[in-house]
Design a protein around this ligand. Structure first.
Ligand SMILES: Nc1nc2c(c(=O)[nH]1)N[C@H]1C(S)=C(S)[C@@H](COP(=O)(O)O)O[C@H]1N2
Ligand SMILES: [Mo]
Length: 445
């Protein structure tokens, strides 16, 4: 169903005289923005302001002629910095911290998805989930041991691992508890990132785990599981099926081109593409080849959940397809009726996203969004679609489908299957209601 890609900004088809909505609620053909001329033509024809801003404050008038030189053009600029920081005017783009008052080292901080564009999460904004704080690891004194059902136990220092061949993968990490406010009987009013931002996407580089396991000589006929443990005060660990460990897991040493951030696992962490966050053990110190899962605290008391028939789901490793519209989204008031771009993120633990559909009428009709290339497996996928907001109340939804044919469920379908006592793996369709005043709130569609 995908279009053959042409460079953006070049007319790829004849522009229609006026854009034809492809779904209810003013959703427009997703290629509208690619047809140069169509945008201005349609905006004029509809008597609207193209790309009305999503901001609370009034926009400054844009003068028709170049303005007088601003002050910063009249003196030499600032000097160099050893390590760059965001503009001071972006100081509100931060992780939102939710930690336990009595044990502040146990908690989370959320990626502000609503304030970011593209698909890569800046390292300083990658979400955090620590069960017992960030250990202050001195890299020269950190070791990774591979032992258990192996021919020869091996120990690696960071300097050893740096001699191995590395791979780079763009992939998301998502906590199994992400989006869990969705299980609440009433929709929580919060920013998109505070609801769904226990998910981030980085370029991770490191050593394929298969190389290290082969070197240690894992006995694959017996050792069906691999227990991974971190060097934090909680020694947080997880059991991973050996098949996945050999398939595409790797020991990440770099994040977005630089060494891992302390909070994301410095100096080494596991990356298990597409699988729930708790398997991506940070501050990795030990990998033990074992016959059966270790049944550690985190895989028994947590990351398991009761389902209506009284049994518990356990080892729910694969993250199901999910999507969320980041703009418009709660906290971003829409200034006036007009032409907007609806955009957001979709991802799946089963490989690639193949389709994201958008509804502006609470799921009554759907239009296919444009997926930003390249669409990569286990990676955030950015989607976009133009929307002509008439000023009437609307309910915006996005629905992702992945390459296995799995489609993101409605909230009703998810609750019917999993009951109301779940905590993890909430991935239902998210609904944002836009009021006639342009305020955006979280609703259950
Ligand atoms: N050693 C260790 N590894 C850990 C954790 C931890 O607390 N300790 N938290 C896990 C959980 S539950 C998640 S969701 C991810 C979060 O990774 P991040 O903090 O880099 O986003 O790390 C996992 N690895
Ligand atoms: Mo997690």
């Amino acid at each position: 169903m995908k279009d053959k890609k042409k460079p953006q900004g070049i007319a790829v088809e004849k522009s229609p005289a006026s854009p034809v909505p492809v779904a209810g609620g003013g959703l427009l053909d997703r290629r509208l923005f690619l047809k140069s001329g169509a945008l201005l033509g349609s905006a004029a024809a509809l008597g609207t302001v193209a790309f009305a801003a999503y901001c609370e404050e009034a926009d400054a008038e844009i003068p028709p002629v170049p303005p007088a030189a601003p002050p910063w053009m009249k003196t030499p600029g600032g000097s160099f910095t050893n390590y760059g920081r965001p503009s001071p005017y972006e100081k509100n783009v931060i992780r939102w911290i939710a930690s336990n008052q009595s044990s502040p080292s146990n908690g989370v901080s959320w990626t502000p998805l609503q304030d970011l564009e593209g698909t890569i999460t800046p390292s300083g904004l990658h979400f955090e989930r620590h069960h017992n704080g960030v250990p202050a690891i001195v890299p020269e004194r950190h070791h990774l041991l591979i032992h258990g059902l192996v021919a020869r136990p091996l120990t690696f220092k960071l300097s050893d691992l740096l001699r191995y061949p590395e791979i780079s993968w763009l992939c998301f990490v998502e906590c199994g508890g992400n989006s869990n406010a969705g299980w609440n009987p009433r929709p929580l009013q919060a920013r998109a990132g505070h609801l769904h931002g226990l998910a981030s996407c980085s370029e991770w580089s490191g050593v394929p785990l298969a190389i290290l396991l082969d070197e240690a000589g894992v006995d694959r006929t017996q050792a069906k599981w691999l227990y991974a443990e971190g060097a934090d005060a909680g020694a947080v660990g997880a059991s991973i099926p050996m098949a996945k460990a050999f398939d595409d897991a790797f020991v990440a040493l770099y994040q977005n081109g630089e060494r891992l951030r302390p909070e994301n696992g410095y100096p080494m962490r596991l990356l298990i593409p597409g699988w729930e966050g708790v398997t991506h053990i940070k501050w990795l110190r030990r990998l033990k080849a074992v016959v059966e899962p270790m049944m550690s605290r985190n895989e028994t008391s947590k990351y398991t959940e009761l389902v209506p028939n009284g049994t518990a789901r356990q080892f729910t490793f694969v993250m199901d397809a999910k999507s969320v519209i980041t703009a418009p989204s709660p906290g971003k008031k829409m200034k006036e009726p007009g032409l907007y771009e609806i955009t957001g993120l979709a991802w799946t633990g089963r490989g690639r996203i193949i389709r994201v559909e958008i509804s502006a009428d609470g799921g009554a009709s759907w239009a296919e969004a444009e997926l930003q290339e390249p669409v990569l497996p286990y990676c955030f996928t950015r989607f976009r679609i133009p929307w002509q907001w008439t000023g009437a109340p609307a309910v915006l939804q996005s629905r992702a489908t992945d390459e296995t044919g799995y489609m993101q469920p409605t909230r009703d379908a998810l609750v019917a299957a999993r009951g109301t006592h779940s905590y993890f793996h909430y991935n239902a369709i998210v609904s944002w209601r836009v009021s006639a005043q342009g305020r955006v709130s979280h609703v259950y569609g």
